[in-house]
Design a protein around this ligand. Sequence first.
Ligand code: GDP
Length: 446
Amino acid sequence: MSSANVSFRVAILGRPNVGKSTLFNILTRTRNAVVKNQPGVTRDIQAEKADWWGKTFEILDTGGITNRMDDFSPLIMRQVLEALGRVDLIVVVMDGKTGLNPEDKDIIRIAKECGKPFFVVVNKVDREHEAELKKAEFYELGVDLIHTSFEQRVHVDKVVEKILSYIPAEGMKLKEGVRFVIMGKPNVGKSSLANAILGEKRMIVSEVAGTTVDAIEEELQYKDQNLILVDTAGLRRRGKRFSKRDGVEILSAYKTEEAIRRADVILLVVDSTLGPTEQDARMIKMAYDRSKPVILVANKTDLARLQRDKHREWFRERLAFEFHFVEEIPVMFTSAEKHEGINEVLDEILRMAAKLSIKITTSKLNDFFYDAIRSAPAPVFGNTNVKFYYLTQTQQKPPSFIAFANHPEGVSPSYRRFLIKKIQKEWDLSGVPVRMFIMKSGGDSL
Ligand code: GDP
C-alpha cells in the first residue's frame, strides 16, 4: 500500500531551531538548507537524495512544525502533514540544550498519529559526559533516543545507522495490496483463522527484515484484490506451537506495535465463548491511537452457539459493557475450525480498505461543515466564539482533515470528537479512524 517503486523517504521533524536543517545538510552533504540561528528560517519543504554506505534514501526537511500555529501558515502546515503521509520514517529532532518542550510532545503525538515509525534525536548535546543528564527528561516520551551534536558532528553515524536499519533490503519492495494482521490473546484461534484464510499452502511474498521484528508476508487474491497477511507472530510458522509453552507467544508490546504499524487493517480475534476482555480493549486502544481500524473477529462460534442461546446478542452486550469507547467497531462471527464466516471477514477487510482511501472534495466537505458547526454551540475561547474558516482533507489512509479556525486553542477534544463523529456518520466511515487537526488561520469565517 505504501511506497512501492519509490525510494525510502525520511522526514525530519522538529520545532524551529533544533538543528533540522543542519542534519539535512549533513545527510545530503549540500548547502541547500538555510541554516541560521533564528527560529523558523527554513520554511519550505525540501527534498534531497541522500546516499550513505551504499544505500540511498530521500530526505525531507519539513521546515519546522510547531503548535504555535501563528508561526506557520495553514498552507505550510498542510504541506507538512501531506508530506508525512508519504514518508516511511520520521526523525524527530529535539533540543537537548533547552530541554523538553510541550510542543515536542505535540510533535510526538503527530508522529504517532501518522502511524509512521519514528525515533527521536536529542541534539545539541555537545559534551558526552552530560548526555544522560540532558537526555533524562526526554525519557518520559517513552521512545528511542539518540543524542547528538550535529554542529560538532558527534553521533551523526548513529543517526545514519538507525535510518538505514529501517530501509528494507534490495528487492524487498513492498508489494501492493491491503495489509492486515491478526492479533489477539493466545488460544483464541489466530493461527486457525490465518490457515482458514490462506489455506495450507504457503505463499510467502517476502520475509521483511529491516527492523528488529521479522514478519512474513503472505498473499491471497480475493475479489480481484491483493490481500496480504503480515505475520509478525509466527502464526503460520510450521510447528509454531513451540512458543506457547514458554509464553513467548504473548506478544511483547513492541511486537504488537510493529504489527499495528505495518498493517492497514487489524483483525482482533476474540474467543466468542468467553467474550472480549480488558486486554483486547488495550489492543484496540493501541490501534486507534495509531489511527488503524480494527475488525473484531468473534471466533469459535461453533462452540458459542452450543453454549448459549443468542450467543451473538450476548457477545454484543458484553462488548458494549466492556468497551463502551468502541461502539462503532465492526464485529464478524467466525468458526475458523468449520470455515464459517471467513469470506465475510475478507469482505469487511476490503470494505475498510476502501473507506480508508476515501477522498472527499473540499467543496463537499465545506457544505457539510457549514451545517455541522451550526448544529452545535460554537466552542468558546476567552470571551469570544471560535470561528471556523474551512475544512480540507489532507490525507487518505487514514482520512485526515484540517479545520482552520481563529482560535484553535478553544477547540476542546470533545468538540474535535464531535466533528469527527459527524464526518464518520456523513460518509459512512463507522469504525474507520478519522484524524482531525485544528489549525490557526485568519480570513473569512464560514
Ligand atoms: P492462537 O493461539 O490464537 O493462534 O489459537 P489457535 O489457532 O492455535 O487455536 C487454539 C485452539 O482453538 C486450537 O485447539 C484450535 O483447534 C481451536 N480453535 C480455533 N478456532 C476454532 C473454532 O472456530 N472453533 C473451535 N471449536 N475451535 C477452534
